[in-house]
Design a protein around this ligand. Sequence first.
Ligand code: GLU
Length: 378
Amino acid sequence: MVSVKSIKLDSVNNAKRVVLKVGSALIVDPTTGSIRESWFKSLVKDILFLLNKNKEILIVSSGAIALGKSELGLQNKSLKLSEKQAAAATGQILLAKAWKSIFEEIDIKCGQILVGHSDLETRRNAMNTRATLDTLLKLNVIPIINENDTVATLEIRYGDNDQLAARIAQLVEADVLILLSDIDGLYSHDPKNSPNAKFIEEITNISSDIESMAKNTKSNIASGGMITKIKAAKIATAAGCNLIIAHGKNTNSLLELINGGKHSIFKANLSPLNAKKKWILSKRDKLKFVKIDNGAEKALNLGKSLLAAGIKSNSNSFYRGEIVDILSNNDTFLGCGIIAYDSDEIEMIKGKKSTEIKKALGYKGRDEAIHRNDMVIN
Ligand code: GLU
């Protein structure tokens, strides 16, 4: 067992929020089709080490289809989509049970989140997914995330958890995404076929050369090869999140990695916060706006959120999750941000205190019309 007192890998040491993706090939023994128990136990201990260093951890866990296949005796068959979905339905229960019981041993709570493509790609739903993930983290619960494989059709599936994990990292503004897989990183050529393949430790720009290095090195039971990892790296780094690929099959691999073990890192060249600001600015649409009073303007300049109480009027064409301009009383552009309500809801709650929102809408909405973390001020 590796023993470390501190985290030697800077990108993990300096991170507050970490997304960890574990591939099917790690969780499931390909010959028996069952959970690799001792590996699982060691991983959870490594995760505890990170939790004790005040990191927030979200886990994207594959393995549902692989576990379900063996449960249903379909292991050696190539499956149709509907059969894969049946396997996922059966395997996901086993997967969740395994995470639950292993975390219970160390007194940590975990929660299952199954997401579909639309939960992350449509802004309204993405906001809801993020709010749930944030709340779980606040309550010290580890989110265990997988794709909702059972209902997704081919066209609307991620299909591989590398890209799903990158979308999650982007959504929660994670500092680092660790892909633990059966590959130890990026090579110039497929190391299985080319003995002179060069290991690439650090990638600061995903150039076409880097992309062409990604041969599809599919393992038997995982969906993602190097190509999906490069796609994930593009999503993560654009969101300001570093992405690490490391071999995770041995016990305590995570601890070994954070102690400086072998890995490839795709470096983001901006912080998650700046990436988000850039994204918000890029989605501006001048026809969508709220006009605010002087008190709210002062509050925004002090770094506070925009409450409904400070809104005087609004355009009538936006939906929750869209970017709206924030205008002063005399139409000066003050900034812009992600709006938490549809325009017709803002119509009903503008000028109202947070305590009056429930009465106006008929349900308890959010206090902030635009949260300060979702805002760019001029
Ligand atoms: N969502 C799939 C599962 O749980 C895994 C996809 C992948 O291996 O990347 O089986």
